[in-house]
Every structure is written in C-alpha cells, then in structure tokens.
Design a protein around this ligand. Structure first.
Ligand SMILES: Cc1ncc(COP(=O)(O)O)c(C=O)c1O
Length: 376
C-alpha cells in the first residue's frame, strides 16, 4: 500500500503535473530508479553476491521493499532509528552497520528482533557484544552479529584482524548472540574518481580482511557472511570478492559526488543514472547575471562539489542562505521557472525532506514518505 501526503498530493495522476509542483521538492525519476535497482540486482546475481542495500541513502520503506522484491536479502541501516522505522512487513532482515554504545539502544534493537525480523549488528568491541547479548536475553530473542574490522578508514571497528578474532571468540560464548561473520567497509575511498586508483587502494586494504578470514577459518569460527562495500567499490567487490553481502546504497539515486566516479574498468561496464533531483523555483531575478532559487541549506546539504543545475549548461549553483540558492552565469531562467538540481550527496539531501515525489515522464505518479528521516 502506498501512502500519500504533502501539498503536492492533489497533483498525482494529472497530465503534466510535474510543472505546477510546489518547491523545493525532491523528485525521483521512476524509470531511472527502476533501471538502477534492476541493474544492481542483475549484476549481483550474475556474480553470486547477495545485496543488502544501504537504506541510509533513501530512508524510505517503499524503496526498501522494491529493492527486496528485486532480489535483495534485506537492507542495511546506519542507526537504530532507521532499523525501527524500516523494520516493517516485507523487510525480512536488517543489518545495522554502525556501532551503538548504550544499553537503551541495545534494548531498542532487541525489540526489533523480538518482532521476528532478522537483526544483525556490526560490532567492534567485546563490550558491545556483551551489551547486545544482555538486551537479547532480556527480550527473549537472538541478535546476530558480524565483527566489524577496520581495514583503513580508522572510524569504527576492531583495529586489526587479531582484535576482530578476539571479539568473535567472545561472541561465540555469549548467550543471545549468534555470530554470522565479518564486516569491512572503507568509506573515504568510494569517491576516488579513477577506477584503477580506487581499486588499487581498496585491494591493499582488503588484505586485512583476507587475513581475518584466514584466522576465523583456522579456528572454525562462523563465516556465513562477509559484508561491506559501497557503490564505488561494487565492481571490485562483485568480481574479486571476498564480500558476500553487499551494502551499496547510493546507486539507487546517484548524486553529484558520484558523477565524478568511474564505476567500472570497462567504459561499457557498470553504470547508474541520476534519478534524484531537487526541484527549485526561480524566486528573484533583480540583478544581471544571477537569479535566486528557493533551495538553500534547508533543502540541500552544504557539501562539495555544489549541486549541479540540469539543462542549464552555462549556470552554476552556489549556496545563498538557509532558504535560497544562487545561480550565476548566462542564459539564466526566468522568474517562476523550475530548476532541477542534482544534489551534491543524495543521503544528506534526502534526510532534509519528508517526501519523495515520484515522476514518470512529466506526470507526478505518487508520493513516498521518507519514513526514517532524522537521527534519533
Ligand atoms: C557502512 C556503510 N556501508 C555502505 C555504505 C553505502 O555506500 P554508498 O552510498 O557509497 O553506496 C555506506 C555509506 O556511507 C556506509 O557507511
């Protein structure tokens, strides 16, 4: 069942209904979105890799359900909030990829597992395992864990394969905990533009993961799944392993940051189209060479490179305040004209909005709530 809401709901299904949309509004091009979902699913299947797409990108139940209908085993999430909001019918399995450090959050997670949804949490410390185990026992459920290994980012996870092994050995003894395997995610390298350079750095980092896998196997620890990867490393992961459960997220929408990234070594290889746009309106045209649109930092996060205007070859966008953006250049649009912008980063743009406006051609065909927007 699709829920609709917001001031644009009355336009759904009308001819040319994209034109009068109230802005700033996030638009999802349905044809492109469907093609991105299908491409990822088919490529993963072809290489025998499972998808657990990261829902931190879209925070939307409808998107998650469509990814699962296309073949994903479940979804990944980055926060307890996302797990709670997206843990609904049609989502069989949730993988929390970020650590928690409080008993209250552990018991919120146990409550999700108690509802019959498979819950797997990435953990990097012995304390974290014990905390989740206590919450699982109190709730009368089981929580799966993958041991998070830091392979070079230095953000979260066990610092080295030996520490990961110690966490796994502990997990194997804690009642309420089911050890599933390993997680290794390298974030900062995902946006290295050149494929060979990115793949080279990443393969170097993956040596730590291979070492940890060897140690787990040597002592007979469970390795049902080895999870990690983003859109930038999909091509490497799919072809070379050892990731079995892939967490790519941005591929559904893409963004300006990913526009500069060559995803595959082959020019005709893996490719995803921009499907997410922020529709804005020109609200002022008082000075030559510039116009103001109604999309500032409350509609698009302040990240680099800035959002890119679509179909305006000679214009550049820059942030111009909370409610406004500046377009400079030539051939600028008239007062009241709609301007579509490719967000700098899809995840942070989505988190600022309540709705995705679903567009097929020039018609608004649906509105999907961004169910898990927010942080707590
Ligand atoms: C742990 C983890 N896995 C997967 C992803 C998905 O990466 P991408 O959006 O580049 O596909 C992210 C994104 O930040 C992440 O933090």
């Amino acid at each position: 069942m699709t829920r609709v809401a917001g001031p644009n709901a009355e336009l759904i299904g009308r001819d040319l209904s994209i034109a009068p949309l109230d802005t700033p509004a996030l638009i999802l091009d349905l044809d492109r979105f469907e093609s991105n979902v299908a491409t990822a699913a088919a490529t993963a299947r072809q290489h025998g890799v499972h998808l657990r797409p990261h829902a931190k990108t879209h925070k939307c139940i409808e998107v998650a359900r469509r990814q699962i209908r296309a073949g994903a085993l479940g979804i990944s999430v980055a926060s307890v909030r996302e797990a709670e909001k997206l843990g609904v019918d049609g989502i069989p399995s949730i993988l929390l990829t970020a650590p928690i450090a409080s008993e209250r959050k552990a018991s919120r997670l146990a409550n999700i597992a108690r509802r019959g949804i498979e819950l797997i949490c990435a953990v990097g410390t012995l304390e974290n395992v014990s905390m989740l185990g206590a919450a699982a026992r109190a709730a009368g459920c089981t929580i799966g864990i993958v041991v998070d290994l830091d392979i070079g980012m230095g953000r979260t996870g066990a610092a080295c394969p030996r520490d990961a092994l110690a966490v796994a050995r502990h997990a194997a003894t804690v009642e309420g905990i089911l050890l599933r395997g390993l997680q290794a995610y390298s974030g900062l390298i995902q946006h290295i533009g050149n494929y060979e350079q990115r793949a080279g750095v990443y393969r170097g980092q993956l040596r730590h993961l291979h070492e940890a896998i060897g140690m787990f196997k040597e002592v007979g620890l469970t390795l049902d799944m080895i999870t990690g990867g983003g859109t930038g490393t999909m091509a490497v992961d799919f072809v070379h392993g050892p990731i079995t459960d892939h967490q790519a997220g941005s591929y559904v929408f893409m963004d300006r940051q990913y526009s500069a990234v060559t995803l595959s070594p082959d020019a005709r290889g893996l490719h995803f189209d921009n499907s997410l746009f922020l529709r804005s309106t020109v609200v002022s045209r008082s000075h030559p060479g510039k116009v103001t649109v109604d999309a500032g930092t409350k509609a698009l996060a302040l990240e680099s490179p800035p959002p890119a205007p679509v179909h305006l070859a000679n214009a550049e966008y820059s942030y111009f305040g909370d409610e406004h953006g500046l377009l400079t250049g030539t051939d600028l649009p008239f007062l009241g004209a709609a301007v579509d912008l490719i967000p700098a980063h899809c995840d942070t743009a989505v988190n600022l909005h309540d709705f995705l406006h679903i567009v097929r051609g020039s018609m608004l065909v649906d509105i999907w709530p961004i169910d898990a927007r927010g942080t707590l």
